[in-house]
Design a protein around this ligand. Structure first.
Ligand code: C5P
Length: 319
């Protein structure tokens, strides 16, 4: 590219292309560090080529060093930035303090057993990752067994039970937040008493009746009493009359926005199978995913749609 040699399809296209060029080089670490490579990169930079530096990590040649292809999200972000694809709402989340909860909670029955649900935390961690990418200051609270937390968080808190999640949300609100995104599937019921040790089947006869009590409803009991200017995005999982029930829940729980999942629709709602969501705001249904999509794509779209609506509702420009 530096020397204008056009002897294959890629270098030919590059020489014929008059528009912007974004390059994400990847190579052996010694090749990358070589003065010849560095000089050529300097020439390309001077010509206006947008370079996305390789990352550090395990290389195909068997060493850990600089030379890995940049992460796909970083390449996408640079493409959006250079081509100005993202529109003005991209700046909406920059520097905002956003608290995100993700994953299930786990309510102990005895020292060995627990009650939980099928949440994987993929949606919450995808939202946190996208918010980091958009420049927000993100605190992520995750339940057990949750999808990997993204890099670049302001804070990450791991919890197990609904009560612990409620306490962690309370503490994070103390620190000051602008937005709360409640993507966690908080258990609604927990065993009334946690039995000591492991309950032996020999002592239980033919069965065992567990008594359950309600866990704290985080939005109602922890968030509502101290709401202030905090903006709240909640989630709903309904198996019938999805839009109506989610809209009612938005009102009842005092959320600004609610994202409705329908586990009976294509792909279900758990894990990373592509699926469909509906976003409902103060003016009713605002957006639905046009086709089943991965949670990373849904996270980006939901944050873009919320930003767009908040900015047109007036008052709220980029922070
Ligand atoms: O009432 P339901 O559990 O369907 O409401 C879902 C929303 O409420 C989600 O945003 C969830 O994170 C939140 N929630 C909560 N505390 C609970 C249960 C759910 O804040 N105990």
């Amino acid at each position: 590219l530096t020397h204008g040699i056009a002897d294959d399809i890629v270098s030919t296209l590059l020489l014929a292309h008059p528009g912007p060029v974004i390059a994400a080089p990847a190579m052996n670490d010694n090749m990358w560090a070589h003065p010849s490579t560095q000089q050529n990169l300097g020439t390309l930079r001077a010509r206006g080529v947008h370079l996305i530096e390789p990352g550090e990590g395990w290389l195909a040649c068997g060493v850990e060093s600089k030379g890995r292809l940049a992460e796909p999200e970083d390449i996408v972000a640079e493409v959006e930035r250079v081509l100005d694809l993202a529109g003005p709402e991209r700046g909406f989340w920059r520097d905002r303090r956003v608290l995100v909860t993700a994953g299930p909670t786990r309510e102990p029955v005895d020292a060995i057993r627990y009650l939980s649900n099928r949440s994987t935390g993929v949606m919450g961690t995808a939202l946190a990752a996208e918010l980091v990418r958009l420049g927000a200051r993100v605190t992520l609270i995750t339940g057990p067994g949750t999808a990997t937390a993204p890099d670049g968080l302001a804070q990450h808190v791991d919890v197990t039970t609904a009560a612990e999640m409620a306490a962690a949300v309370d503490r994070a609100l103390d620190a000051g937040q602008d937005w709360l995104v409640m993507a966690a599937a908080v258990a609604d019921f927990a065993p009334r008493e946690v039995r000591e040790g492991k309950v032996k089947k020999e002592t239980q006869g033919g069965g065992w009746t567990l008594e359950l009590s309600r866990t704290p409803d985080i939005l109602t009991d922890v968030v509502a009493p101290r709401r202030g200017d905090l903006r709240v995005v909640g989630f709903a999982l309904e198996t019938g009359a999805v839009l109506e029930r989610a809209a009612a829940k938005r009102e009842a729980k005092g959320m600004d926005w609610i994202v409705a999942n329908d586990p009976t629709a294509t792909g279900g709602a758990f894990g990373d199978a592509p699926h469909t969501v509906h976003l409902i705001g103060p003016d009713g249904p605002a957006w639905s995913s046009p086709e089943p999509a991965t949670k990373a794509r849904l996270a980006a779209a939901l944050l873009r749609e919320i930003a767009r609506a908040e900015m047109t509702a007036g008052g709220e420009g980029p922070a």
